[in-house]
Design a binder for this molecule. Structure first.
Ligand SMILES: Cc1cc2nc3c(=O)[nH]c(=O)nc-3n(C[C@H](O)[C@H](O)[C@H](O)COP(=O)(O)OP(=O)(O)OC[C@H]3O[C@@H](n4cnc5c(N)ncnc54)[C@H](O)[C@@H]3O)c2cc1C
Length: 443
């Protein structure tokens, strides 16, 4: 049986995150957006309150929580500021390769530190010339004894300006494409690590984004997260586990935009009535709510698959591109309901709109999610119905019921011919007899 009810513990967790969002994040969100700066102290508070690093297993001192718990928390924080939510959740993105790694000693070394100290860890696959094309990365990892020497630039890396640890994906040979990719855990301050200036962004300005430049950076063998050839799969599995949460960024921000627009529509008057008395406005409200609910359901479904031990890859992609695109549409409609005021910087929608442009890009663009889903539907999905040319489109029910009826279908135009033999040529498309396939009785 399916069950959409949250446990009492999950309700408590969500309420805790909601209080944190309302009391700590919302009051400062617009200030830090304007400053184009990350409020690091808020991340520290999130860590202190246990709403960060949720997925670190209990055996390393963590909470061992599932993806659904993360989705609940992220929706709440993103409802107040998706930029700050991005920076808080980034620790889970940075930690995921460590959780997936076969290197147990590395887990024992770093995971308890992340639980016990306020440390930030970021995730770096992207480069200046390779984002969607992860296998096209150029950052080089060269073997030197048991160690590796890294050279190259990672770009667009959330929290890299403030992180203590970096999960770096690099290749031993770019010509090997995905088969050459390995992953490494690097510490801030190691020789050869340089972080670039903060990248100025359109939205989510309360999160930090910068590049990392590696020059002859020696990584000891014990800090290898994934051996060459294993890094690409590690990155893809990480995305499958984090993309649903990008959906939650959308759900939270869309929910806020909808709530604000509904409030406005109930109070604002035009033509002697409230805006909410106009059907055109009410239908917008219905669609906004429909999108928020649908986005949340898809996000929860992917999270449930993950927490049930299934591979959430396809559901994660569906949730990501639906929820993030729906969020942008909801914010835009909410702005519309508020008319000219909605377009000003004195109302919240312009920030929400800027912020919601990003989730359609990071952790795999909307286009890449469509690539993932369409490949699955074309190659992996198992159809229930017979293929088109075998489809028993028998129009004449009486003929259909007769035991000795034989039906032939033209594979080109679909015409069905009844008779012991197919016709010499199709009366519709004129293709010869060979174009006909027997569809009844079933072979
Ligand atoms: C604010 C921000 C934070 C980020 N944080 C991180 C981070 O923490 N770690 C990290 O590693 N990366 C991060 N990224 C990088 C992000 O994941 C990439 O920007 C994203 O994957 C797209 O890559 P790109 O920018 O190189 O665009 P490109 O890959 O060059 O794509 C350009 C356009 O072409 C389209 N396109 C590309 N290939 C195809 C295809 N096969 N079919 C159809 N369309 C295609 C894309 O959808 C896009 O519209 C961040 C990016 C931003 C903007």
């Amino acid at each position: 049986m399916l069950n959409f009810a949250l446990t009492a513990e999950q309700v408590e967790l969500r309420d805790k995150a909601r209080r944190f969002a309302l009391e700590e994040v919302l009051p400062i969100a617009w200030h830090y957006d304007k400053k184009d700066d990350l409020p690091l102290y808020i991340l520290k508070k999130a860590w202190e309150q246990g709403i960060m690093n949720l997925t670190i297993p209990k055996k390393f001192g963590g909470q061992g929580r599932g993806m659904l718990d993360s989705a609940l928390i992220v929706e709440e924080i993103s409802a107040a500021c998706s930029g700050i939510a991005t920076s808080i959740f980034d620790n889970s993105l940075g930690t995921e390769p460590l959780l997936l790694s076969k290197n147990e000693r590395l887990k024992e070394k770093y995971l308890p530190v992340l639980v016990n100290d306020f440390k930030l860890i970021c995730f770096a696959t992207s480069e200046p010339l390779a984002g969607s094309d992860v296998a096209g990365m150029k950052c080089k990892a060269e073997k030197s004894g048991e160690d590796y020497i890294l050279n190259g630039t990672k770009y667009w890396i959330t929290n890299s300006g403030v992180a203590d640890y970096y999960t770096i994906f690099a290749t031993v040979d770019p010509s090997l494409s995905h088969k050459g990719i390995a992953a490494f855990l690097i510490e801030k301050g190691w020789n050869g690590v340089k972080v670039g200036e903060t990248i100025p962004k359109l939205g989510q300005r309360g999160s930090n984004t910068a590049g990392i430049h590696l020059t002859n950076c020696r990584v000891p063998a014990e800090n290898v997260l994934a051996q060459p050839g294993e890094g690409f799969a590690m990155a893809m599995t990480t995305f499958a586990r984090t993309r649903p949460i990008i959906g939650s960024f959308g759900v939270g921000a869309a929910r806020t935009a909808m709530e604000l627009a509904v409030d406005y529509a109930k109070k604002r008057r035009a033509f002697g009535a409230r805006l909410s008395d106009f059907e055109a406005i009410d239908f917008k409200i219905a669609e906004m709510y429909q999108k928020v609910e649908t986005a949340r359901l898809l996000t929860w479904k992917a999270a449930w698959e993950n927490d049930s031990g299934m591979d959430p890859t396809i559901s994660a992609s569906i949730a990501k591109f639906y929820a993030t695109e729906a969020a942008f549409e909801v914010v835009s409609e909410a702005l519309q309901i508020c008319g000219g005021y909605g377009y000003t910087r004195l109302f919240p929608f312009e920030k929400l709109l800027r912020d919601m442009r990003l989730p359609m890009i990071y952790e795999g663009t909307s286009e890449i999610q469509r690539v993932v889903v369409s490949r699955y539907v074309l190659d992996g999905y198992k159809p229930v119905m017979p293929p088109l040319e075998d489809f028993p489109l028998l129009e004449d029910r009486d003929v259909h019921l007769e035991k000795d009826t034989v039906a032939w279908r033209c594979r080109i135009c679909g015409h069905v011919h009844y008779g012991p033999e197919p016709p010499e040529e199709c009366p519709h498309c004129f293709f010869p007899k060979a174009a006909f396939k027997k569809i009844w009785p079933k072979q």
